[in-house]
Each structure stands twice: as structure tokens, then as C-alpha cells.
Design a protein around this ligand. Structure first.
Ligand SMILES: Cc1ncc(COP(=O)(O)O)c(C=O)c1O
Length: 386
């Protein structure tokens, strides 16, 4: 909202967090989407490449800003410095959603942080990775493109006038901790996570990606503290594994998807914690290995459909529910997400195509997931009545 107003174009990845969609709706901006690189084996989206940013800007030279998510939830970083240089050639700001990277600046073994790469604005969920309390975040601003007073005015529009001093104090203490002890604490976290990765990779049925995927599309650098445990070969889903770890072993994972569970190896974890996880995984491997349950690859997602209404118009428009097979040619009033890899097939304001309706049918037949609509079975979808 600091960088775009009504009718301005902002270039964003297709898989942005809903907080960014909210900003787009509130500002009345026009989003132009970039597809991140997809890893079919892992079933996750990696980063957006500099080439994609370059091409999208070439096609949309009037854009007012570019936003990049870096690193991803799974700890994969793109070549941010090159992206910053490309964006600045157009004399517009680069915003980085660094929700999962507030620790990057404090250890050289981690990918380059957004502000060092040349970002103009960068939001970090300080509460997620370093020591602040839940909700406490930081917004960094260092730019010639937006005035600090504009950013402050927008914050005043969106935030309470009664800030929590508990949260502010927790931000200060976590800043102090990461500034004074961060390098050492993160060295320990990285060492522990690398140990866990190596041990888990010895267990039949599990795979934790590491340096070997560097250089794959959208994978420029890795945050080793993220431990993504792929359980495809075990014949259970990531959701199953999440529940087994929680119910039987009382281990809470960060997230799960069809093929993976994610552990965040923070500096709050100890070697003993990780050994508990590793021995649980060994037992699970013995119990479930060789049951021959084959997991399907995810199906390529259809091309991004035409946007005829901006997200704000679609959000405010009058909507009716129609059967998915009757919705071809209508304008979607909802998101429709394909899992894996957790990317919208449809965003509000986009035209529903025959290809998309067929794709949803194929996903369901294959046992993959599609969700996002108010109807949990995705048999009907809300469309905007114009
Ligand atoms: C990529 C990304 N951006 C933004 C956010 C929002 O951060 P917060 O929950 O701190 O508001 C999240 C939260 O999960 C996220 O994953």
C-alpha cells in the first residue's frame, strides 16, 4: 500500500501470502503474477528466477513495484541481488517478503538478506524464527522510492492506536539477542540441522533435500536450518506423518503438505530434541516402509487465466455459487488452490477456463488436493455477477 495506489500495477509471485492479497485489495492495485519454479519431485514451489522478473518487467514496463518472497517457507532462496538490480533498472522499488528470513543477516552461512541484496522495503516475521513473541514483526525501509512518512501513514491506517508494549519489548529483546549472540546461536542451529538432515537421509523412505538441489530452477541458496522431510517413498502423506509425529510421539512439526513435513531447526532446539525426532522417524520407517503405496506426481498447472476484474472489484462484487462444470467463462470470486504445490489456479477476478475445470477434475481423480473455495469439496465455485 506504500508503493501502489488504485490502478497501479504491482508484480508479485503467484503464490503470495494472503497478507499481500489483502494489501492488493485494500490499495485497489492491479496484480501481475509471476509463476515460481516448481519442483515436481518435492511437490513444492521454489523461488522466482531473475529471468522471470526480467521478462515480466519487459512485458509490464509501467509497473510501479515488484514483490518477491525470499526465502520460501522451505528455506529456498533465489538470486535476490540480481533481481534487485533488474528491478532498479526500471527505477521502481523491490519489496521483499522475508517472513521466513529475519535471521539471515546474522550468519554468513545463510543466504544473503533482503536489505543487503538491495531491497527497498522488507517485512520480517521476527516471531517466526528469532525470539520475539507471536505477532511481532519488523518492516525495514531504506529507499529513495517511498518516503518513510508515507509508510508510517499506511501503518497508521492499518494498525491499532494502542500498540502492545509486551510485543514491542519482545522485539527489542530479540533484536538484542540476535545482534549480540546471533552468529554463535545460528552456528549451533545450522550444525544441529545439518546433523539431523544427514541422519534422516540414512533412514529408508525419507529424504531431506540439501546442497545437491542448488542450481535447480529457482534454487540459488539454501537456509540449512529448515529441515524438509519428504516421505513420498514411504507411502504415507506428509499430513499422515505430521499426525503420527504429533499423536504418537508428541512432536509438533511446523507444517505438512502432501509429500513433506517441515521442521524449523531454530536456536531453541537441542541435539536431544533432534535425536527424539530422528528416532521417531526410524520407528515410523520400519512400520510403514514397503507398503507399496505409490504417490502420484503433481500435474502441471494450467496457464494463468485472464484477469478481467481487479481483486478489489472481485472482492466487493456480488457473487453467486455455481457448479464448477457450469462456471466456464464466468469470473471467479474466489481463490482455487492446487496442492501440491500450493499455487492458485484461479484468483478472484480471473476468467474460469475449460482447461481449469478439466484440471480440477484430473486432480481429484488422481487423489491430489484442490481447495480454497467456500465449498470444501470444490464442486461449486462463487462467481462474480456483472
Ligand atoms: C511468506 C509469508 N509471508 C507473510 C506471512 C505473514 O506473516 P505474519 O503471520 O507474521 O503476519 C507468512 C506467514 O505465514 C508467510 O508465510
Amino acid at each position: 500500500m506504500s508503493v501502489v495506489s488504485e490502478g497501479d500495477t504491482i508484480i508479485v509471485p503467484r503464490n503470495v501470502h494472503k497478507s499481500i492479497t489483502a494489501g492488493i485489495i485494500l490499495s485497489g492495485a492491479i496484480p501481475v503474477y509471476m509463476q515460481p519454479e516448481l519442483d515436481k519431485k518435492l511437490g513444492i514451489a521454489q523461488g522466482v528466477t531473475p529471468e522471470t522478473v526480467e521478462e515480466t518487467l519487459r512485458q509490464n514496463p509501467h509497473a510501479k513495484a515488484v514483490l518477491i518472497i525470499n526465502p520460501t517457507y522451505y528455506g529456498v532462496a533465489t538470486e535476490l541481488k540480481r533481481i534487485a538490480d533488474i528491478v532498479h533498472e526500471y527505477d521502481i522499488p523491490l519489496i521483499v517478503d522475508e517472513a521466513h528470513g529475519p535471521h539471515l543477516a546474522f550468519n554468513e552461512k545463510l543466504p544473503m538478506c533482503a536489505m543487503e541484496a538491495g531491497a527497498d522495503l522488507c517485512a520480517q516475521s521476527t516471531h517466526k524464527i528469532i525470539g520475539a513473541m507471536t505477532q511481532a514483526s519488523l518492516l525495514h525501509v531504506r529507499t529513495k522510492y517511498v518516503s518513510q512518512s508515507r509508510v508510517q501513514a499506511i501503518m497508521n491506517l492499518l494498525q491499532t492506536t494502542s500498540p502492545s508494549y509486551l510485543l514491542l519489548a519482545s522485539l527489542d529483546t530479540s533484536r538484542k539477542q540476535i545482534a549480540l549472540e546471533g552468529e554463535e546461536l545460528l552456528d549451533k542451529a545450522i550444525e544441529n540441522a545439518e546433523y539431523a538432515r544427514a541422519e534422516i537421509n540414512k533412514i529408508p523412505g525419507f529424504y531431506c533435500f540439501g546442497k545437491e538441489i542448488l542450481g535447480n530452477p529457482g534454487v540459488f541458496a539454501l537456509d540449512p536450518t529448515k529441515i524438509c522431510i519428504t516421505c513420498r517413498d514411504l507411502g504415507i502423506t506428509g499430513f499422515d506423518l505430521d499426525m503420527i509425529l504429533s499423536n504418537k510421539y508428541h512432536i509438533q512439526m511446523e507444517l505438512s503438505d502432501l509429500y513433506n513435513v517441515l521442521a524449523v531447526g531454530s536456536f531453541g532446539d537441542t541435539r536431544e530434541n533432534l535425536d527424539t525426532l530422528i528416532s521417531a522417524l526410524k520407528e515410523i520407517s520400519e512400520e510403514y516402509m514397503d507398503k507399496n503405496a505409490v504417490k502420484p506426481d503433481f500435474i502441471d498447472i494450467p496457464a494463468i487465466p485472464k484477469q478481467v476484474l481487479i481483486p478489489r472489484e472481485a472482492f466487493n462484487g456480488y457473487k453467486e455459487s455455481v457448479l464448477l462444470e457450469d462456471s466456464i467463462g464466468e469470473v471467479s470470486g474466489e481463490f482455487l488452490m492446487a496442492y501440491p504445490p500450493g499455487i492458485p489456479v484461479l484468483c478472484p477476478g480471473e476468467v474460469i477456463t475449460e482447461e481449469i475445470v478439466k484440471y480440477v477434475g484430473d486432480l481429484k481423480k488422481t487423489g491430489l488436493y484442490v481447495q480454497g473455495t467456500e465449498d470444501p469439496k470444490v464442486e461449486s465455485i462463487k462467481v462474480v455477477i456483472r
